[in-house]
Ligand binder design. Structure first.
Ligand SMILES: [Zn+2]
Length: 357
């Protein structure tokens, strides 16, 4: 009988990892000392967070800008019907679920839209960042922030029955790192050219597969293993095809060779963006001085809305006004999600009317 079978109670929580020889007690201790940032709590992010919380990674920072919807439940494994019914912010719903799974680790939810400032802060504080974003702009921003801070990150993508993952900017020997995202793809694909989960669908098995690989790489990186992959790995679960290509760094890479950080330094995204595949517009009002952050008193806003429609308030996080056919969710930093329209002009006008620009 394996040694792990004799470890009873809470002390046995990580027994099956400690007896896994390549990890051992030392590897497990390193996981518990580690801090991982997960950007996006959708299909990829919830699977990754669930595996790493159960594996005992000491600190998880969960970042997401969105709220739980019914169409998420098919593959976003930390959410349930109550979360969809109440439209709970994904980062909070994920943190609540994970705290019930593992109360011995620290879970820090952040309901926000990752911009250059937040990306830099995250790359400084985390030992590793995992991409669960499903958005090119966010991935290039993560890449810039991680290369600038010297932090490793893992790219993951899934659509249909296909998945792909790559360890980016991971130190694998003295002065040797794996390629960064821009070594492989110097520029993102033009908008509208790549298949998305909204146009091509997604199978939950493909999500499990790609995050199974990425979470295992994360554990290797945190544990300081020399078995960290240098390959771009991809598969199609429907056709049963698997590929792995070893890739090196580009000596002329704009990011990791020339330290040119276009997404960190570039102008931030538009003030109103349509969120992928839904009748939802996100508004991030620009403030004097160029910052997009506000510090709103959500309770005061909710009080002003009382007579207008159905109001829901979580004072530290969000206030929501249901005003058929629209649904306005306002966050403390001034960002808002407006459901019920795909027209940025209508969304801006609702924001101006009920929040104020
Ligand atoms: Zn590079």
């Amino acid at each position: 009988m394996a040694q792990a079978d004799f470890v009873a109670g809470r002390q046995g929580r990580y027994a099956r990892q400690r007896v896994f020889a390549p990890l051992g007690a030392e590897g497990q201790a390193r996981l518990q000392a580690g801090c991982v940032g997960i950007v996006g709590c959708g299909a990829l992010g919830t699977h990754l967070a669930d595996m790493l919380a159960r594996a005992g990674v000491g600190t998880l920072i969960l970042i997401d800008r969105d709220i739980v919807e019914w169409s998420n439940l098919q593959r976003q494994m930390l959410f349930d019907e109550a979360d969809a019914e109440t439209g709970t912010p994904k980062a909070l719903a994920a943190a609540n679920r994970l705290r019930a799974v593992n109360s011995e680790i620290s879970i820090i939810p952040r309901v926000l839209d990752l911009g250059p400032e937040e990306a830099q802060e995250l790359a400084e504080e985390a030992d590793l960042i995992l991409d669960g974003s499903d958005a090119f702009e966010t991935r290039y921003l993560i890449n810039d922030a991680c290369v600038a801070a010297g932090t490793p990150w893992i790219y993951s993508a899934v659509v249909g029955a296909e998945g792909m993952t790559l360890n980016c900017h991971v130190a694998i020997a003295e002065n040797v790192r794996t390629p960064c995202l821009r070594c492989i793809w110097p520029e993102p694909a033009p908008p509208g050219t790549a298949a998305t989960c909204d146009t091509a669908g997604v199978l939950n098995g493909a999500v499990s597969m790609v995050t199974g690989i990425a979470a295992t790489e994360a554990i290797k990186i945190l544990a300081g293993s020399d078995a960290v992959s240098r390959e771009l790995r991809s598969f199609n679960l429907w056709d049963g095809t698997f590929d792995a290509i070893t890739l090196g760094r580009d000596a002329d890479c704009p990011a990791c060779a020339h330290h040119q950080f276009d997404w960190l330094e570039g102008a931030s995204s538009q003030d109103a963006v349509r969120l992928c595949g839904r009748d939802t517009i996100q508004i991030r009002p620009e403030q004097p001085g160029g910052t997009r952050k506000r510090a709103l008193d959500l309770a005061a806003v909710a009080a002003r809305w009382q007579d207008l429609g159905e109001v829901q308030l979580a004072p530290a996080t969000f206030a929501r006004l249901r005003l058929a056919p629209y649904d306005l969710t306002l966050f403390a930093d001034g960002r808002a999600l407006i459901r019920g329209t795909d027209d940025p002009a209508i969304a801006r006008s609702l924001y101006a009317r009920y929040v104020g620009m």
